[in-house]
Design a protein around this ligand. Structure first.
Ligand code: NAD
Length: 279
């Protein structure tokens, strides 16, 4: 395993699993299977409504809590709720969260940020971050907030490598967690010939080559999968290294396209979604 060191000194594994679009029972199984395969980074969110299942998967795995890096995200409708973080901890059945994000930028994000800053100072949260925030709001957080964000979480993959944002992050020491690291499973991306050739050379799958590219680019990855073989494979990317020339070849397939094309207005509307039951 390779680790990313956050700008507050905390180390996080560079590969894990995300449980977006899983039912609580599916998240429970995926998390248990991932932890038993050696994965130590789990990414969930209030908005996925499977934090309880994630917590059960952690318990069932038998892996000690302190050996796991647990990431979750506050949903905008609870940014201002004083008990939001306590309720999140209760659903996850844990005393602390390793990294807590604000999930989306909304008009009330500053209040949400103060909420996560408070939890950070109280030790309930070990690091804080912003997900899906445009650069100007990220800059505002850096300039005006007492605790600077440690991480951002945004869409990133070889078709949309976030080159400009990464330059900015390098200046501040903030890290990048790449969502949709496999293009949400897009076969066009996964089957690009550059990955097929490198997969043959290294005796790996195309998906493993993409994930290795992320890690060597400095991105933390947490691909989604309910398939135990894929979960294991997605973590088995630390026994080979792509050359500089191969990294450059992969850079050529950048299409500057995102899979998620919601407008800021659509995001604002989506952020009003009330959380449903998380059982
Ligand atoms: P992904 O890019 O990880 O792709 C997942 C798809 O790839 C699934 O269909 C899966 O079956 C397939 N896959 C997984 N491993 C494979 C392998 N080894 N070989 C072939 N196919 C494989 O997309 P995702 O799961 O939607 O996103 C990953 C995580 O990102 C989510 O689980 C979630 O935690 C996070 N996320 C965050 C946000 C945000 O707003 N912060 C938004 C979307 C997703």
């Amino acid at each position: 395993m390779e680790y990313f060191t956050l700008n507050n000194g905390i180390k996080m594994p560079m590969a894990g699993i995300g449980v977006f679009m899983m039912s609580p029972a599916e998240a429970e199984n995926a998390v248990e299977s991932a932890l038993k395969s050696g994965v130590r980074l789990i990414d969930t969110a209030n908005g996925y409504m499977n934090e309880s299942g994630t917590g059960r998967g952690i318990k069932k795995s038998g892996v000690a809590r302190e050996d796991i890096f647990l990431v979750t995200k506050l949903w905008p409708t609870v940014y201002e709720k004083e008990t939001a973080i306590e309720e999140t901890l209760k659903r996850l059945d844990t005393d602390y969260i390793d990294l807590l994000f604000l999930h989306q930028p909304t008009d009330n994000w500053r209040e949400g940020y103060r909420n996560i800053e408070k939890a950070y100072k109280e030790g309930k949260v070990k690091a804080i971050g912003l997900s899906n925030f445009p650069e100007e709001l990220l800059q505002e957080a850096i300039d005006t907030m007492e605790i600077k964000p440690h991480m951002v979480q945004v869409e990133a993959h070889p078709y949309f490598p976030q080159t400009e944002l990464k330059q900015k992050l390098a200046e501040t020491g903030m890290g990048l967690m790449a969502w949709y690291p496999l293009g949400h499973g897009d076969k066009n991306l996964i089957n690009e010939s550059v990955f097929t050739e490198l997969a043959k050379k290294y005796g790996k799958s195309n998906a493993q080559i993409i994930l290795r590219w992320h890690v060597q680019s400095g991105n933390v990855i947490f691909p989604g999968s309910k398939n135990p073989d894929h979960i294991r494979d997605n973590f088995d990317i630390f026994d080979f290294r792509l050359t500089e020339e191969e990294m450059e070849e992969i850079a050529k397939i950048n299409k500057n396209i995102r899979y998620y094309n919601g407008t800021p207005e659509m995001l604002q509307q989506y952020a009003k979604m009330e959380l449903g039951p998380d059982l």
